[in-house]
Design a protein. Structure first.
Length: 96
């Protein structure tokens, strides 16, 4: 697992706000389709909106994930990313 030191809690805002988690990776470009990208945050399946290159950064890729409103007040949560059936390292985030 990967832990961030002194990380800030993610505030999901009001009920009408949409908040995205953007994870930066390498080696995804041209390999992964949205159908083969699965993200669970705190055990909750999350909608993946984008998998691909990061504009303006050569060799850097990103995954954009919509944070589900059911995560409000979750506190520390595991982010489990699986691409083409291969799990990435689990990352912890904190949600207000």
């Amino acid at each position: 697992m990967i832990f961030a030191i002194n990380q800030l809690s993610i505030d999901l805002g009001s009920a009408t706000d949409q908040v995205f988690l953007i994870a930066f990776e390498t080696g995804l470009r041209g390999r992964i389709s949205l159908a083969n990208a699965v993200v669970k945050i705190g055990g909750v399946s999350s909608r993946v909106d984008y998998v691909g290159s990061t504009p303006g950064y050569v060799g850097l890729d990103q995954v954009n994930v919509l944070l589900d409103r059911s995560l409000v007040g979750e506190g520390e949560a595991d982010v489990c990313l699986t691409l083409d059936g291969k799990p990435a390292n689990i990352v912890k985030i904190n949600i207000k």
